[in-house]
Design a protein around this ligand. Structure first.
Ligand SMILES: Nc1ncnc2c1ncn2[C@@H]1O[C@H](COP(=O)(O)OP(=O)(O)O)[C@@H](O)[C@H]1O
Ligand SMILES: [Mg+2]
Length: 294
């Protein structure tokens, strides 16, 4: 394949893992004879108007982009220029928003925790109409999960045990979009990550927290390589397809009777933990997939 690719990452987030991921993909591409250039999203300015739609600058535009950031307008601009973006802008947008993700999954009749979307509030709206939330309590009871649409590392996922805790959390979340969700008790403190590339689960692990309901938040959490069941693989691949992803890290909860329940889909899942845990290099699969798609 004599194609020229870009790898785009977010250069403004602190920590080295974003550049680390981009470089890892670059060396995987290089091993397979594909030349790529790494850019920060913050170096690329999308220009519109004057009968033009382009990226400012003299760079030769690429044939494809591996987009590890969430800058959906930049991803969309590249698509409007006719460039194949992995994952596409629409997928990144859905994956980034847990409400959008659950709606698509439910539309595809895929298993998710029972979820109720909180009605939208504007900043500075009046008092909460607390009586209305009784409908949610009647559905789920306590404990119950509140989960913001945008969040990661478990930091915007809350477990509330009483109506008072629930109300306090709703007030704290304020005008940010969120859902109420049933707690899957059979999955307390554990979940599984299946990494899907194309039609295949290429690597998987389970994650256990010793001191929290969230598998990703813990002082002494552990990862373990995992051989997923057929049903788990099917659900993970179907979830990936439902949001239109080329590749994704799909997190499944352990439902009752070993039935998997989809927790979330990460369209730009990192691969270092998976590598450390399983010795499987997901980047090689991603590059092979891209090679075969052109
Ligand atoms: N409905 C649920 N029932 C049980 N555990 C849950 C549920 N939702 C989330 N969790 C736990 O919380 C963790 C974080 O939730 P998740 O939705 O994946 O948010 P984040 O994007 O912050 O990782 C999950 O890995 C899982 O262990
Ligand atoms: Mg998660």
């Amino acid at each position: 394949m004599n194609k020229n690719g870009w790898i785009i990452y977010n250069g403004q987030l602190t920590g080295t893992k974003f550049l680390d991921f981009a470089k890892w993909l670059q060396s995987a591409a290089s091993k397979q004879g594909i030349k790529t250039t790494i850019y920060k999203n913050s170096e690329l300015f999308s220009y519109l108007g004057d009968n033009k739609l382009t990226i400012i600058g003299e760079r030769l535009l690429p044939d494809f982009v591996i987009f590890t950031d969430k800058d959906i307008y930049l991803a969309k601009q590249l698509e409007l220029l006719g460039i194949r973006v992995f994952n596409c802008a629409k997928t990144i947008e859905i994956s980034d928003n847990k409400i959008a993700t659950y709606q698509i999954l439910a539309q595809h009749h895929l298993p998710i925790p029972k979820t109720i979307i909180a009605p939208k509030r504007f900043p500075g709206s009046g008092d909460l109409e607390l009586d209305n939330f009784q409908q949610v309590i009647d559905e789920f009871g306590f404990p119950m999960i509140l989960k913001e649409a945008y969040g990661s590392f478990g930091e915007q996922v809350y477990l509330v045990h009483t109506k008072a805790e629930m109300v306090a959390k709703i007030k704290e979340i304020d005008d940010k979009p969120f859902v109420f969700q049933e707690l899957i008790t059979t999955s307390y403190g554990k979940d599984m990550r299946l990494h899907v590339v194309g039609d295949e689960v290429v690597a998987a692990m389970t994650r256990h927290a010793s001191d929290d309901f969230r598998a990703n938040v813990t002082a002494g959490g552990t990862m373990q390589a995992y051989q997923p069941a057929e049903r788990e693989k099917e659900i993970a691949v179907a979830a990936t397809k439902a949001i239109g992803a080329d590749f994704a890290g799909v997190d499944l909860l352990f439902g009752p009777d070993n039935n998997p329940i989809i927790c979330e889909i990460n369209s730009n899942a990192h691969i270092r933990n998976m590598y450390n845990c399983t010795n499987i290099d997901v980047a090689d699969y991603i590059i092979s997939y891209i090679k075969n798609t052109f």
